[in-house]
Design a protein around this ligand. Structure first.
Ligand SMILES: C[S@@+](CC[C@H](N)C(=O)[O-])C[C@H]1O[C@@H](n2cnc3c(N)ncnc32)[C@H](O)[C@@H]1O
Length: 469
């Protein structure tokens, strides 16, 4: 693994250093760290010397974080007349003034016309995706250029199933048929995850486009939303945010879902389930990364972070990669179980907050799944005497007073039946994948992840069926 002689990374480091001198913000990158190319994941951060436990590795001040608060402040810097705007700006007085580079003035006019209140109508995700799209379009006039240049290209998201599903729109004839078949060879829960992302993306683009449209009307310009906010650029920005944001408490955030930020340099850290870096956010100093309390690194070791307890399906859908071994893999049997529920059973489970998300992992069947299996044992449709709310055995299970052993025999039979069906369907999908002809590199890479995900489902079913024998 050679150190990246990477102009983009060098420019990023020079930018961070320049701003540190200018703003006296105390950016810190340990001299024991360096960016290297990895064989499996683009860039990564490595130790070039031994690192102790509890050692500070990176500190990035608020002014270099890209999030809801800093973006609003940056946009409002273009017009500081309004009192509300000034109040926001006050907190971020260290931000750079807008660039004086010549550029498309319409972009700036739109920034100027957006009021503080209008900006607050957008979610963090929407505002970040809008801003990143526009700032990328501003090229060297953007404060963030060195950071934006280090973000991935669309090609880096080629394994994300939501992206395959979008690409089918661009295909015709045989190519379209092959792309569709491949997508439908993914496990159903993966397809569902991809469709949910697509719905969220469409909704985000619609909301932001409508806000921009309002500004263009106000400005009485002939520019179109499509030229201001090309959907393909918005998609790139949306995916960059999805795959690189870090969670932290942001001032002025509207909800806990808004508590995330993009952070230059820190976003070069790759994921592993046991990643042992610790992230910290301080109201004054900003974002920092430390080694864990009993973790040390020797020279040439890669520094990892755990992005969360995510299954391969989740990692593939949200980030575009999967792990060879993943202790967090699970099997989603929500659709199989919910299709068996009567309306009354659904109402009861909904009322108790146990409707949906029925999974099992290599160790166990989740408690939610156990509850659903127990409820399915009450023939509510045919026996009017049953009142799920007053049933003592169910109450004991839900209150944790009993381990639900009384439900086990029938639950095991039901789960066995479901797993045998899932096993058959997954084997058939796997067979289809294996029969697919090899085509271009992207198709082949997607075909392989579809095979892998189906194989993981088959293995999970077999594991539980063996236990149930
Ligand atoms: C936060 S970035 C990490 C830095 C990234 N490798 C780069 O070159 O900029 C997250 C992306 O890195 C890649 N990645 C992170 N961890 C990985 C892993 N364990 N295996 C494969 N790819 C990984 C994925 O493409 C993911 O979307």
């Amino acid at each position: 693994m050679a150190e990246i002689k990477d102009k983009k990374v060098n420019d990023l480091l020079a930018w961070m250093q320049y701003l540190d001198t200018l703003l006296l913000d105390a950016t810190y990158i340990s001299p024991k760290l360096e960016i290297q190319a990895t064989e499996y994941a683009g860039r990564g951060i490595f130790a070039n010397a031994a690192i102790r436990s509890n050692e500070k590795l990176i500190q990035v001040p608020h002014s270099l974080l890209l999030n809801h608060s800093t973006i609003i402040a940056h946009i409002l810097l273009h017009d500081s007349q309004d009192a509300a705007k000034s109040r926001v700006l006050h907190k971020y007085h260290k931000l750079q003034p807008p660039s004086t580079e010549p550029e498309n003035s319409c972009l700036i006019e739109v920034y100027k016309s957006l009021s503080y209140e209008e900006l607050l109508t957008l979610t963090s995700f929407q505002i970040m995706a809008m801003y990143l799209t526009v700032e990328r379009g501003r090229g060297s006039a953007s404060f963030w250029k060195p950071f934006i240049d280090c973000l991935p290209e669309m090609d880096d998201f080629k394994l994300v199933p939501f992206i395959w599903s979008l690409e089918t729109l661009a295909h015709t004839g045989d190519q379209l048929r092959h792309a569709k078949e491949l997508f439908h060879n993914l496990p159903p829960s993966t397809q569902k995850h991809a469709c949910k992302m697509r719905d969220k993306f469409d909704a985000d683009y619609k909301t932001v486009s409508e806000l921009i449209e309002t500004q263009l009307v106000k400005l009485n310009t002939s520019e179109t939303v499509q030229s201001f906010l090309p959907v393909s650029d918005f998609l790139w920005a949306w995916m960059c945010i999805n795959s690189r944001c870090l969670y932290m408490t942001i001032p002025e955030s509207k909800s806990t879902e808004s508590n995330f930020t993009m952070c230059p340099y820190v976003d070069f850290i790759n994921h592993c389930s046991q990643g042992q870096c610790i992230l910290d956010i301080h109201p004054i100093t900003g974002f920092s990364v430390l080694t864990g309390s009993d973790v040390t690194y020797s020279k040439n070791c890669e520094i990892y972070l755990s992005y969360g307890p995510h299954s391969n399906e989740f990692l593939l859908c949200e980030y575009g990669f999967k792990l060879l071994e993943n202790e967090w893999n699970d099997l989603d049997i929500t659709s199989q179980l919910t299709s068996k529920l009567t309306a009354a059973q659904k109402t009861f489970l909904g009322d108790k907050h146990y409707l949906g998300e029925y999974t099992l992992n290599a160790q166990e069947i989740s408690f939610r799944t156990e509850v659903c299996l127990a409820v399915l044992q009450y023939d509510v449709a045919n026996d009017p005497r049953i009142d799920l709310w007053k049933d003592r055995r169910l109450k004991c299970l839900l209150d944790g007073v009993s381990d639900g052993a009384v439900f086990k025999p029938k639950s095991n039979l039901m789960i066995k039946e479901i797993l045998m069906d899932v096993l058959d369907e997954s084997r058939a999908r796997l067979q289809h994948c294996l029969l697919e002809m090899e085509r271009d590199d992207v198709f082949n890479a997607r075909k392989r992840v579809a095979e892998d995900l189906n194989r993981e489902v088959v293995d999970m079913c077999k594991l539980h069926l063996n236990k149930l024998e």
